[in-house]
Design a protein around this ligand. Structure first.
Ligand SMILES: [Cu+2]
Length: 136
C-alpha cells in the first residue's frame, strides 16, 4: 500500500513541473569610461504564463534603459520602451539592430573579457541577476 501512495505522489510532482523563465546568451559590447554600451541577451519563457520585463539595472553605469530599434524613411533610430512582454512558451532575443539594453555613461572601462552584473526585473519572475561578459 505504501508503495502505491509513493508512486502516486511521484506522478503528481512530475505533472506540476513546469519550465521556467531564464536568460541565456547574455553579452555586452566593450566600451570605455563615460561612453555608452549595449547589453544583449535572450529571454526564454518556458512557462505557461506571460511575463513582462519592465526594468534593467546595473551598478556599472549612470543610466540603464530598455531600447528598441526602428526604421523611419530609411533612417535607423532607437527609442526607449517601458516594457517588453514575453508570451508563454516563447523567447525574445535582444540583439544588435533590434531590442537592446542601453547602458549609458559607464563608470569605468570594459575592455575585452570584462564582466559585469545586471539585474532584470520581471512582473512574475521577480529579479533575475546575471553576469555578462564583453564580446565584439
Ligand atoms: Cu539604444
Amino acid at each position: 500500500m505504501k508503495k502505491i501512495i509513493l508512486i502516486f505522489f511521484g506522478l503528481l510532482i512530475s505533472c506540476n513541473t513546469t519550465g521556467e523563465l531564464k536568460i541565456t546568451n547574455q553579452w555586452f559590447r566593450p566600451a570605455v569610461k563615460g561612453m555608452n554600451t549595449a547589453f544583449y541577451f535572450t529571454i526564454e519563457n518556458n512557462t505557461n504564463q506571460a511575463d513582462t520585463l519592465y526594468s534593467v539595472n546595473s551598478d556599472i553605469a549612470g543610466m540603464v534603459q530598455i531600447h528598441e530599434t526602428f526604421e523611419k524613411e530609411g533612417m535607423m533610430g532607437m527609442r526607449q520602451v517601458d516594457f517588453v512582454v514575453v508570451k508563454p512558451n516563447s523567447k525574445i532575443e535582444f540583439k544588435p539592430g533590434g531590442l537592446h539594453v542601453m547602458v549609458m555613461n559607464l563608470y569605468s572601462d570594459y575592455k575585452k573579457n570584462s564582466s559585469a552584473d545586471f539585474e532584470l526585473y520581471f512582473k512574475q519572475k521577480g529579479i533575475v541577476k546575471i553576469k555578462a561578459v564583453t564580446k565584439l
